[in-house]
Design a protein around this ligand. Structure first.
Ligand code: ZN
Length: 415
């Protein structure tokens, strides 16, 4: 039975952060908002109390550094994100930050220093709710931040560069946040599973084997608006009917391949009146697959299908990629260390793929990455019903503790 005191403190802190929101009655914390600033300040104060040197970097990540035994040591990165989706649960993101922080608290209480520095990073933007981006915070550390993003506007017309400045950041300095690969040992993230696999296996934690590649597109069907009463059916170029046919084609194609998931999650129709034939229908397309070649082939097939539907209906199709990432593998050596830690705690260590994207995707360009998933009730996430238990969090914390210890023994032997 794991010691629950530390896990209960983590849970209590998830509750505290879960109450810091832009909206009354639900949890929404977008990048560089006042709610985000408050969450950053609270986390920063906990980090300081754990003996860490803390700063908010130029994009808005909070970084707590627990120095190594000796100067000029390399750094092991831990962490997750503090931003949320709209009407979110309390654990997606914050749990990983707070478990990492709890580990540093243990080291600090024991007066223990490691052969490397530990940095706990609370990333400022992973979900991309405000600017429809992804991984802004981790991209800055990986040196992959796209400066063209600075001129994106949010729903209120506020440019990203302005939002960053108002948040106390510095858009000009983001390039300087890039870490050196030769000084960064690895990145390890604890995160809720967001799926049902661990629950099905009755296991508290599991090791992420790979993170699925994903593509996001904006697809727009442009037909001809007209009077719902006077234009005969055979003469219409109804953009929504074309979009509807496409949505079902997306589902049909994805259902035919067990390794593939595809989703249309947004659909807007214009002009949008009950007595007007839709002239425009814009939709989002999200396609994910472990096999990058299958994902690419699927997108090619769907693009052709959209054009074929459009041609048949006299509707034009605009096809624009918003985001793409390839499948990334977590480092086998780190995964073996995580598995040993889980087994040492008396549990079977299983590997599972992640269908959700994570900061580890961006950081894989910088250093080897690993992720530890924590069972969540019903596999539910991106929802206020998101739920984890103190018992499972205790196992995750103990596993991370053993992992870092193992890592320290190895690094110490190499020094
Ligand atoms: Zn997350």
């Amino acid at each position: 039975m794991a010691e629950l005191t530390d896990a209960r403190r983590v849970m209590g802190r998830c509750d505290i952060l879960g109450a810091i929101s832009e909206e009354l009655g639900c949890l929404t914390r977008r990048f560089a908002t006042p709610a985000m600033g408050e969450a950053n300040r609270v986390v920063a104060s906990w980090m300081r109390d754990a003996g860490m040197a803390v700063r908010q970097d130029s994009i808005g990540n909070v970084i707590g550094r627990y120095e190594a035994r000796s100067p000029r040591a390399k750094t092991l990165l831990l962490g997750s994100h503090l931003d949320t989706v709209r009407d979110a649960g309390k654990y997606d993101g914050p749990l990983g930050v707070l478990v990492a922080l709890a580990l540093v608290e243990r080291l600090y209480a024991r007066g223990e220093r490691l052969p490397f520095a530990l940095e706990v990073v609370a990333f400022a933007d992973e979900e991309g709710l405000r600017y429809h981006t992804a991984y802004l915070g981790s991209q800055a550390l990986a040196g992959a931040f796209d400066h063209a993003d600075l001129s994106l506007e949010d729903g209120d017309g506020i440019m990203m560069s302005q939002a960053i400045r108002e948040f106390g950041g510095d858009p000009e300095a983001i390039a300087g946040e890039q870490r050196r690969p030769d000084e960064t040992l690895a990145y390890c993230e604890v995160h809720i599973e967001q799926g049902p696999v661990l629950e099905r296996h009755d296991l508290p934690v599991g090791v992420v084997s790979v993170i699925m590649g994903q593509s996001r597109f904006n697809v727009e069907f442009v037909g001809e608006a007209g009077h719902a009463g006077t234009v005969p059916m055979a003469m219409r170029h109804d953009a929504l009917c074309a979009a509807a046919e496409f949505v079902l084609a997306v589902e049909e194609l994805a259902r035919a391949d067990a390794g593939l998931v595809a989703t249309v999650g947004q659909l807007t129709v214009g002009p949008g009146a009950s007595n007007v034939i839709p002239g425009r229908a814009a939709l989002s397309l999200d396609v994910r697959c472990l096999d990058d070649a299958v994902r690419e082939k699927t997108l090619e097939t769907l693009h052709k299908k959209a054009i074929e539907i459009g041609a048949r209906r006299g509707v034009a199709v605009e096809w624009r990629q918003v985001q793409a990432s390839t499948t990334i593998a977590c480092a086998p050596k780190l995964n073996a260390m995580l598995s040993r830690a889980i087994e040492a705690l008396g549990y079977e260590a299983i590997g599972l793929p992640s269908g959700a994207g994570h900061d580890a995707v961006a950081l894989s360009a910088l250093a080897p990455v690993a992720m530890l998933f924590v069972r969540c009730k019903g596999g539910v996430s991106h929802n206020p019903a998101e739920s984890v238990t103190s018992e499972d969090v205790a196992v995750a914390l103990d596993a991370l503790d053993l992992f870092v210890n193992d890592f320290a023994v190895e690094q110490g032997a190499m020094a």
